[in-house]
Design a protein around this ligand. Structure first.
Ligand SMILES: *Cc1c(COP(=O)(O)O)cnc(C)c1O
Length: 443
């Protein structure tokens, strides 16, 4: 089995990109290769190099690249002239998806949600969720949280914390209050209690919200994982104050944190859930907003979109639900692999006096600054490991390996990360020479 990356040394000519592609491009800057093939956990470039993918399309490729079962389902569908585009018309592919989603995901979890097919990006699912909350409650204000990331269109961007992203708006981003996420003031302060106190105080200046919009683990905001008891409190506060609780499960869902939904077994049920990223299973654009049936106050076409029925994505999403989620042992598999990740990151953190973040297969390590994190991810890329950063200062190196990675390859990738961190940061007990650092690593 192939377990080690083999990066190519050469940066191909990027003149066409420099000349024609907008400066808004981002990931391609730190990974200047030309990729041409991808299979499982591997990406290949035009020079014959291979790279281990610990980014997984920011968790859009939880089942790896071009999974053979998903790919076959799509090829069969295309070969039979299955409908590709049908606005929101009923199609075989759409029926199969809804039926399978009901059978494999909703029923076994005792969840009763209506599915709204939004435009195919995550940000559109968030737009739909907050529009719905405002329509249902007749209120304007949404409570979002520090370090939250919810997308780049104006409504979702207003709920996003990051100043750099917000700066692109060009108009005031309004009708959102950004409240401290769990742990924002350290372990001693329960930010849900502070929020409750202000909402209960008619003189606090905090308006009654339409919704609370929250990620259970903040994907872009630094892999901060909310405690289940904090999330239960937020759900209770929402209920008490007549607001909807929206869980943005676009990155943390679809198995990334263990279950299909990131809030499973936490003792609360969100009113609204957004899904995208790995929902199609194959990296095809596909987003969903789920909500309690009583909340379905939409008029026909009130949140429209040309691409609300990506039939190819229905086909691969259905195949993914059958292939992975019909068998409950898949979640156990993720938990076991998440345990390996936790142990290895904890060991690295202890050695270098760092701290870890996250949950399940969505974890990272705080290396102190964006500069150090860049150095580490750059060194990893030079060794053929694709890995990225997260957090307010890009100071968290985040591991988003495919959920289906085998242990040997997973450990080989983590070895590269461990080595890159050892090169960049001295161990806590001796900051001296490289050979000593190596000794320390072996110990
Ligand atoms: C990626 C992401 C979004 C936005 O999804 P896009 O498809 O990029 O629009 C929204 N919320 C969360 C939590 C995300 O990780």
């Amino acid at each position: 089995m192939m377990t080690t990356p083999k990066p190519s040394a050469k940066t191909p000519d990027t003149a066409i990109y420099d000349r024609r592609e907008s400066g808004v491009r981002s990931y391609s800057r730190s990974m200047p290769r030309q990729f041409n093939r991808a299979q499982g956990v591997w990406m290949h470039d035009s020079e014959g190099g291979r790279y281990l993918d610990f980014l997984s399309g920011c968790s859009s490729l939880n089942y790896g690249h071009n999974h053979p079962v998903l790919k076959q389902a799509l090829m069969d569908y295309i070969a039979s002239d299955g409908v590709t585009h049908a606005l929101d018309l009923h199609t075989d592919a759409k029926t199969d998806f809804l039926q399978t989603f009901e059978d494999v995901i909703l029923r076994p979890r005792g969840l009763d949600y209506r599915a709204m097919f939004t435009g195919p990006t995550g940000t559109n699912a968030v737009e739909a969720a907050i529009k719905l909350a405002r329509k249902v409650t007749g209120r304007e204000m949404v409570i979002a949280f520090t370090n939250g990331f919810h997308g780049m269109t104006l409504g979702a961007l207003a709920c996003t914390g990051n100043a750099g992203k917000r700066g692109g708006a060009g108009v005031p981003l309004s009708h959102v209050s950004h409240e401290p996420f769990d742990g924002y003031f350290g372990d001693e302060v329960d930010t849900a209690d502070l929020l409750e106190q202000r909402l209960a105080d008619p003189s606090s200046g905090l308006d009654a919200p339409a919704a609370f919009l929250v990620e259970t683990v903040q994907g872009e905001g630094g892999l901060n994982a909310a405690r289940p008891e904090w999330l239960r409190k937020i759900a209770a506060i929402a209920k008490k104050h007549g607001a909807l609780m929206i869980v943005d499960d676009i990155q943390a869902g679809c198995g990334r944190t263990g279950g299909f939904f990131s809030f499973e077994d936490m003792g609360f049920t969100p009113d609204v859930v957004t899904l995208a990223k790995s929902l199609s299973g194959m990296g095809l654009p596909f987003a969903l907003t789920l909500f309690r049936p009583e909340l379905d106050v939409w008029n026909p076409g009130e949140h429209n979109g040309t691409f609300r029925g990506n039939n190819h994505a229905f086909v691969t999403a259905t195949a993914a639900l059958r292939e992975f989620w019909a068998d409950p042992s898949f979640a156990d598999d993720i938990a076991r692999r998440g345990g390996i990740l936790e142990q290895r990151l904890e060991r690295i953190a202890r050695r270098h006096g760092l701290s870890t973040r996250g949950r399940g297969m969505m974890r990272g390590i705080n290396v102190g600054s964006g500069e150090v994190a860049d150095k580490i991810t750059g060194a990893c890329f030079d060794e053929g490991l694709i890995i990225e950063t997260s957090g307010a200062h890009d100071e968290i190196v985040k591991v988003l390996a495919p959920l289906v990675i085998d242990d040997e390859t997973f450990n080989a990738g983590l070895d590269i990360l461990e080595e890159a961190i050892a090169e960049a940061i001295a161990p806590v007990d001796d900051a001296d020479t490289r050979s000593e650092r190596k000794l320390n690593v072996a110990a």
